[in-house]
Design a binder for this molecule. Structure first.
Ligand code: ATP
Length: 269
C-alpha cells in the first residue's frame, strides 16, 4: 500500500517564472524508505518541502499530494499544521535551525508534544527521556535543560530523531540530516535512522548526497536532475543496472569517492 502518492507535482517561482519541479510523480510505500539523490540544485529539497507545503511563498505548486488518500495540496493551512509533526515529520540538515535559540530544548520539545497529545508535563518528560536514551543520548534531563547552542550538531539531530520516536509519525522526511556533521557523528546518526526504521513501521524519505548511506538505508531510489525525475527503481536496480546516463555517472563517481574515502580511512574498498 502507498502511504504517499505524489502526482504531477509542479513548483515554480512566481517572480522569475522559473519551473523548479517540472512534473514529478512518485510514491512511497508504507514502511519503506525512499531516497532522493541528485546534484546540488536538482530540486530534492523543494520537492520535500512541497510535500509539507513549507516552501517560501514565492514558490507556487500544483498537483496532487495524496497522504493516505487525502490531498494535502487542498487542505487549509490549519488542517495541514495538525498533520505536520504528528503524521509527517521533517528532520532538517542543520539541527540548530530546528530549535528555538531563546529557550532550552526541553521547552521546545514540550511545546511540540502539547500540540499533538493531551499529556501532562511528567508524561511528556518520561516519554522524551526514554526516546532520548533509545538514540544513545545520555543524561536526557541535563540535555533538556540546555540551550541549542550548548549542544553539538550530532546531539541536536539525535534529539530530533528522539522526538520523531515519540511522535510516531507515518512519514519522516529527512533532508540531508547528516550533512552538517563530522564523520563520526554522521555514522552515529545514520545508525539511529536505521534502528528507527527497524523499530517503527514509519516510512522515510531520505535525501542524501552519500550514495553509500543510500545503499544501506533505502529500499527505493529516485534520481533528480534539473527539476526532473530521471530514474526511479529499487536500490539494487539503480546501483547495479542504472538506465539513465546521469545515474550511471552519479553511481560511478560517488561510489568511487566513497571507495577512495574508505581507502584513506584504511578500510577495504
Ligand atoms: N525560495 C526559493 N526561491 C527561488 N528559487 C528557489 C527557492 N528555493 C530553491 N530554489 C531553487 O530551486 C532549485 C532547486 O533547489 P533545491 O534546494 O531543491 O535543490 P537540492 O537538490 O535540494 O540541492 P542541495 O543538494 O544543494 O540541497 C535551485 O535552482 C534553487 O536555486
Amino acid at each position: 500500500m502507498n502511504i504517499l502518492e505524489v502526482k504531477n507535482l509542479k513548483v515554480w517561482d512566481v517572480h522569475s517564472e522559473k519551473n523548479i519541479i517540472k512534473n514529478s510523480s512518485f510514491h512511497v510505500e508504507s514502511g519503506s524508505c525512499l531516497a532522493i539523490v541528485g546534484e546540488s540544485g536538482s530540486g530534492k529539497s523543494v520537492t520535500c518541502r512541497a510535500i509539507m507545503r513549507l516552501n517560501s511563498s514565492s514558490l507556487h505548486q500544483s498537483g496532487d499530494i495524496l497522504f493516505k488518500g487525502e490531498n494535502l495540496n487542498q487542505l487549509s493551512e490549519k488542517e495541514l499544521r495538525k498533520k505536520r509533526g504528528k503524521n509527517l515529520c521533517m528532520i532538517l540538515q542543520n539541527g540548530m535551525s530546528a530549535f528555538d535559540p531563546s529557550c532550552v530544548v526541553g521547552v521546545h520539545l514540550r511545546e511540540t508534544l502539547a500540540e499533538h497529545f493531551d499529556w501532562n508535563r511528567n508524561e511528556m518528560e518520561v516519554k522524551m527521556k526514554s526516546a532520548m536514551e533509545s538514540v544513545m543520548l545520555k543524561n536526557p534531563t541535563e540535555i533538556m535543560n540546555k540551550y541549542p547552542h550548548q549542544l553539538s550538531g550530532g546531539m541536536l539531530q539525535r534529539i530530533m530523531i528522539a522526538l520523531a520516536v515519540v511522535l510516531e509519525p507515518d512519514i519522516i522526511i529527512a533532508d540531508e540530516p547528516t550533512t552538517a556533521l563530522d564523520t563520526i557523528s554522521q555514522f552515529e546518526v545514520i545508525e539511529q535512522f536505521i534502528s528507527l526504521r527497524n523499530r517503527m513501521s514509519c516510512s522515510i524519505i531520505f535525501i542524501s548526497h552519500d550514495l553509500g548511506v543510500v545503499r544501506k538505508i533505502a529500499d527505493e531510489v529516485l534520481v533528480m536532475k534539473d527539476g526532473d525525475i530521471v530514474e526511479k527503481g529499487t536500490t539494487d536496480e539503480v546501483f547495479s543496472d542504472a538506465k539513465h546516463d546521469y545515474t550511471k555517472y552519479l553511481v560511478s563517481t560517488r561510489l568511487a569517492l566513497s571507495n577512495n574515502f574508505k581507502r584513506i580511512m584504511g578500510e577495504e574498498s
